[in-house]
Write a protein that binds this ligand. Sequence first.
Ligand code: ACO
Length: 373
Amino acid sequence: MDDQRPYSPGLKGVIAGETSLAFIDGAKGRLLYRGYPIGEVVEHGTYAQVCELLWTGEWPAHAELACAVLPRGVVEALRQLPATANAMDALRTGVAAWGAIEGIAYPPTPDQARRLTATSPSILAAFGRLREGREPIAPDPSLNLAAGFLYQLRGEKPDAAGAKALEAYFMVGAEHGFNASTFTARVITSTHSDMASAVAGAIGALKGPLHGGAPSEVVNQLHEMGSPEQAEAWIRGALDRGERLMGFGHRVYRAYDPRAAALRKVAEGLSSVADWLQTAVAVEEIALRVLKEYKPDYPIMTNVEYYAAAVLQGVGLPPNLFPSIFALGRHAGWTAHCIEQASADVLIRPDMRYVGPAERHLPVAAAGATAAH
Ligand code: ACO
């Protein structure tokens, strides 16, 4: 009870593992995947190459990853969900059912990672159709994961610009160190549980609005503000009420999130979102100025979710799918962490400081003791 070991609430600043996957330089706003800067990866790579890089350590000249055919039992599980179900719950359910049906076992492997990463877009697309009373459709093996997901969701081949933007979004969101969902996946793997369980748990952690729920909130906030002219009053009102501005702030970045910069570039290439983007850029400037005034000693900058909202809107995806689409891209990192965790093979089990009552006795024991006297 007099434990004097250092304690960091929320594990803030604690180094709790080692990784070769991503290097995040929060002070300078840099993100490297196995050494490669995120900007270069998005400009010259594909999501399939990023996946292979994270799973195997190699950057292949060519890599292909198409959406997988769903086992019938997974579709049946999705059919049981109400149309009103949260898409993250549906994705988590689909992944859990897939793991049970396929008998995914420890240890995690690159092949399991390929199969799961290729299955989840089909799960989400199937749910997207079922909730609208439409039947799921089979994947087109000639399309990559991003284009294939859009095809399975809508039933028609996506336009090249939209598919390319979603592919970039997947690359940008593929991996980001020891965030809450990745931590969850590693804890689950550390007990020698399987990759499907780890990813189902990670989806549960990502569902929370402080982690993966922000892009749809960004859309709502901009909608509520109405215009850049009204933004400042709206932002001050929200901060005075102790609310958080979605799309701003990060546990690690004290500088501009490099993923936000990469996605802003992608959004600028999408004509479908031009007006919205103009508003978002104007509001961002005001928000950064006001946040600096409110928190002069704690830099709160734009995070990845702010421009993710622009890209996903530009691709024409509904805000209630945004967090689950982020989850699709993050499969690369989650599954790579499962593999890395298994090779380190150490149970993650930290301690807690006990702050409850000192040792005492139940009333019944105390009463019994008195009666004996
Ligand atoms: N708006 C207003 N105030 C903020 C914000 C924000 N976006 N972010 C942090 N703060 C304030 C907090 O209120 C707190 O103030 P206090 O000390 O007066 O209580 C202070 O800054 C520190 O907050 P913490 O939560 O301790 O800081 P942390 O850096 O760990 O927060 C987090 C990171 C949770 C992402 C936070 O910035 C936040 O809630 N942002 C909004 C949600 C969001 O955009 N999430 C997406 C993150 S990106 C991702 O997960 C993929």
